[in-house]
Design a protein around this ligand. Structure first.
Ligand code: AKG
Ligand code: FE2
Length: 253
C-alpha cells in the first residue's frame, strides 16, 4: 500500500501536514488501486493525547456506552475542530477530489462525526456494511484497541461509480442495506477473501477512501475497550436532487 507521510515532501503548514502534488497523486492512485491511501502521522503526539483524553471523558460521561457526535459543536478546542476549520486540510481534500474526478471541488461543508465504540452497544454499531453519501471519506483513528478485536476497517473497494441520479444511488444503498446482503457480507468478512480489504488502523494516521463508491464497515471490538474514529465526509454529489430534497426527513438516505 503506497502511503504518503514520513516523506520529505510534506511540510507542516499551520499545524497540519501540507502534501506536495506528487504525494496527492500517489494517494489518489493508492485509493484507486488498493481501496485506500494513508497519510502517516497526520496528527502530532500531543494532539493525539488531547483527543485520547477527550474521548475517555466523553465515553465515561455517556456511561461507557456508544457515543457519536455530529458536527464540531461538541468538539470545541480540540484538534478535530481545528481540522474542520483548517485551510490546509481542506486543500488536501479538494486536491484529492479534483485529481480523482477531474471536476472542481464544490464548496460544501464536511459531514463530520466522531464515533466512540465501547460497552455492550458497540456490537450493534459494527459490521453494518454501507456506502457513504459522500465521495471522499477521511478517517482519523483516535483510539484503537490492542489485540485481536481491534475494530479493523473492512472494505470492498470501488464497487460502483458516482451515480448521476440520486435514485440510482438509493437503489445501490438498498441493495446493500438489507438482511440478506448484510449476512453475505458478514460471511465474506469471516472467510479469507481477496475481495475484502482489511485495514488495521493506527491512531494519528489519516486514511482516505472513496466512501461513496466502496462498501465498508468496522469490525467490533471488545466491550471493555474503546475504539474511536473521527470522520470527515466530503462532497455530496446529489445536493441538487429534487428527489433527495423530497425524501429529506425520511432518514439518512
Ligand atoms: O468508524 C469507522 O471505522 C467507519 C465509520 C463509517 O464508515 C462512517 O461513519 O461512515
Ligand atoms: Fe462510512
Amino acid at each position: 500500500m503506497a502511503t504518503a507521510g514520513g516523506a520529505s515532501d510534506i511540510s507542516l503548514n499551520g499545524g497540519f501536514p501540507d502534501l506536495s502534488d506528487e504525494s496527492v497523486s500517489e494517494l489518489v492512485s493508492s485509493i484507486d488501486r488498493g481501496g485506500y491511501g494513508v497519510v502517516s502521522h497526520y496528527l502530532k503526539q500531543h494532539e493525539l493525547d488531547q483527543l485520547h483524553a477527550f474521548v475517555e471523558d466523553t465515553v465515561q460521561a455517556a456511561g461507557n456506552q456508544y457515543v457519536c457526535f455530529t458536527g464540531c459543536e461538541d468538539l470545541a478546542g480540540t484538534p478535530l475542530e481545528r481540522m474542520a476549520k483548517s485551510p490546509i486540510f481542506r486543500r488536501l481534500c479538494t486536491r484529492v477530489y479534483e485529481r480523482a474526478t477531474g471536476n472542481q471541488a464544490p464548496d460544501q461543508p464536511y459531514y463530520q462525526i466522531l464515533r466512540c465504540l465501547t460497552g455492550s452497544s458497540s456490537q450493534q454499531h459494527s459490521l453494518r456494511f454501507h456506502y457513504d453519501s459522500y465521495v471522499l471519506t477521511a478517517l482519523l483513528p483516535i483510539c484503537v484497541p490492542e489485540g485481536r478485536h481491534s475494530g479493523e476497517l473492512l472494505m470492498v473497494p470501488n464497487t460502483r461509480s458516482v451515480r448521476t441520479w440520486y435514485a440510482q444511488n438509493l437503489i445501490d444503498k438498498l441493495l446493500v442495506d438489507n438482511p440478506l446482503t448484510q449476512l453475505l457480507l458478514r460471511r465474506l468478512a469471516k472467510a479469507p477473501s481477496s475481495h475484502l480489504v482489511r485495514i488495521k488502523l493506527k491512531p494519528g494516521n489519516l486514511y482516505l477512501f472513496w466512501g461513496y463508491r466502496s462498501i465498508h464497515t468496522n469490525e467490533p471490538c471488545d466491550p471493555d475497550k474503546t475504539r474511536a474514529t473521527a470522520l470527515f465526509h466530503y462532497v455530496d454529489p446529489h445536493t441538487d436532487s429534487r428527489l433527495k430534497r423530497a425524501l429529506r426527513g425520511s432518514g439518512p438516505l
